[in-house]
Design a protein around this ligand. Structure first.
Ligand code: E4P
Length: 293
């Protein structure tokens, strides 16, 4: 499974690219906002995004901002025009579902744009995918990538089935779903059992973000559709590894989670122990040479 960086911060992209860790970068309007707010002056975003593209090899996803078909198409073409020249690596991010409410008639604009862009050979990363059925539609319309939002699905499931449960953003959510027995907030879980509500979280059969990604991997493979599964909205190292276990092609991960992936208490203990155990004769082996890395 390849790793992408989920960030619009130049320093993070440069750092992880220099370590050879990332094979692509994903952005969205929220990530651009975070990056812009960390700068001393208001940025010229066109030049800034071009600078991001020069800092790594691989695709950069840039998202449209409108939800009506004409504007989305215009924005997608502008993204292609402004950023498509550098290594030809820009990918246009289009939301799968453009409806703002469940009874909104505008459910299909995203799919229409995915189809049009794909016919023009413009790669599309379909964003805000929360179900296997949405992924199937996007892949049929011609999307090159689907981005299932694993963490946001977990948040939604907790809110829907175990309201009031206290979790922080990076808390692990069980891939088999949350039950009365593994809920952190047992009180709330027991309340659900007492009131005859389902003990097992189930939303169109999907019980967790990891389960969502695994189902999408299977569905697209069984359908012989040429569309990569780009697991997104990830919260912790365990979830990232589980994405590889269920067969995601790519995981897009934020900087802090990548740092956390490198860390382990026992590795740190080992480093200190090796330093303590280094005898003088062994140290001498390394003092004779003046070679630089
Ligand atoms: C990436 O493509 C997504 O936009 C991103 O992973 C969303 O993450 P969030 O749910 O943490 O905002």
């Amino acid at each position: 499974m390849q790793l992408y960086l989920d960030s619009a911060k130049l320093d993070e992209i440069k750092k992880l690219s220099s370590l050879g860790l990332i094979h692509g970068v994903t952005t969205n309007p929220s990530l651009i906002k975070i990056a812009a707010e960390s700068m001393p002056d208001k940025p010229d975003l066109e030049s800034y995004i071009k600078e991001l593209q020069k800092a790594f090899y691989g695709p950069l996803s840039v998202e449209v901002i409108s939800t009506d078909r004409q504007s989305m198409y215009r924005e997608a073409m502008l993204i292609k025009e402004k950023f498509g020249m550098h290594n030809n690596n820009v990918v246009v991010k289009i939301p799968i579902c453009t409806a703002k409410e469940m009874d909104d008639k505008n459910w299909d604009s995203g799919l229409e744009i995915i189809k049009s862009l794909s016919l023009h050979n413009i790669p599309v990363n379909t964003t805000l995918v929360l179900s296997p059925s949405q992924a199937l539609l996007a892949a049929n319309a011609g999307a090159k990538y689907v981005s299932p939002f694993a963490g946001r699905l977990d948040d939604y499931l907790v809110k829907a089935y175990f309201p009031g449960t206290k979790r922080s953003k990076s808390d692990y959510f069980p891939r088999e779903g949350m039950t009365a027995s593994n809920s952190k907030d047992v009180g709330t879980a027991i309340q659900r059992v007492i009131h005859g509500l389902p003990n097992y979280v189930n939303d169109d059969g999907t019980v967790s973000g990891v389960h969502l990604v695994g189902r999408i991997v299977t569905v697209l493979k069984n359908s012989n559709l040429d569309c990569k599964v780009l697991a997104a909205s990830l919260r912790n190292p365990r979830q990232v590894v589980e994405m590889a276990e269920v067969g995601a092609d790519i995981a897009t991960v934020d900087y802090n989670t990548i740092v956390a992936m490198a860390m382990h208490q026992v590795s740190c203990d080992g480093i200190r122990r090796f330093a303590q155990d280094t005898i003088e004769e062994y140290r001498k082996l390394f003092t004779a040479s003046s070679q630089q890395p």
